[in-house]
Ligand binder design. Structure first.
Ligand code: AMP
Ligand code: ZN
Length: 116
């Protein structure tokens, strides 16, 4: 059975896609925790950081490069990248993803949003 994010990747569930290539997809978080909140994930189903293998090194690097390029394209001067790992780390969806959070107007607002 496919996970929720695999269904989004396969376009079985709609999403607001921000970026897509052969190996990586990014879409808007449905319950944003910041004025700008994107999720960036590999199309390959990797449940979490704890499931990464040596052969995933390049893919993980690509996630960060996509984050950087999205931030550049959206003119984001600063942002947070957050990865929740496991239930006790706040991970609710078992498909590896980066949270890209940005768009706060003041330092107070910026203080770590509760994830999730
Ligand atoms: P995590 O807690 O790190 O697993 O993050 C999962 C994120 O997925 C949460 O921030 C949710 O708001 C988000 N989310 C859940 N369902 C959807 C959906 N259908 N489309 C976009 N984002 C979603
Ligand atoms: Zn998946």
């Amino acid at each position: 059975m496919q996970c929720l994010f695999c269904k989004i990747i396969n376009k079985e569930i709609p999403s607001d896609i921000v970026y897509e290539d052969e190996k990586v997809i990014s879409f808007k978080d449905i319950h944003p925790k910041a004025p700008i909140h994107f999720l960036i994930l590999p199309k390959k189903h990797i449940p979490s950081v704890n499931h990464l293998e040596e052969t995933d090194k390049e893919l993980v690097g690509n996630l960060f490069l996509v984050a950087k390029n999205i931030a550049r394209d959206k003119n984001l001067n600063g942002y947070k990248l957050i990865v929740n790992v496991g239930r006790e780390g706040g991970q609710l969806i078992d498909h590896l993803h980066l949270h890209l959070l940005a768009g706060w107007k003041s330092p107070e607002e910026r203080e770590i949003p509760k994830m999730p």
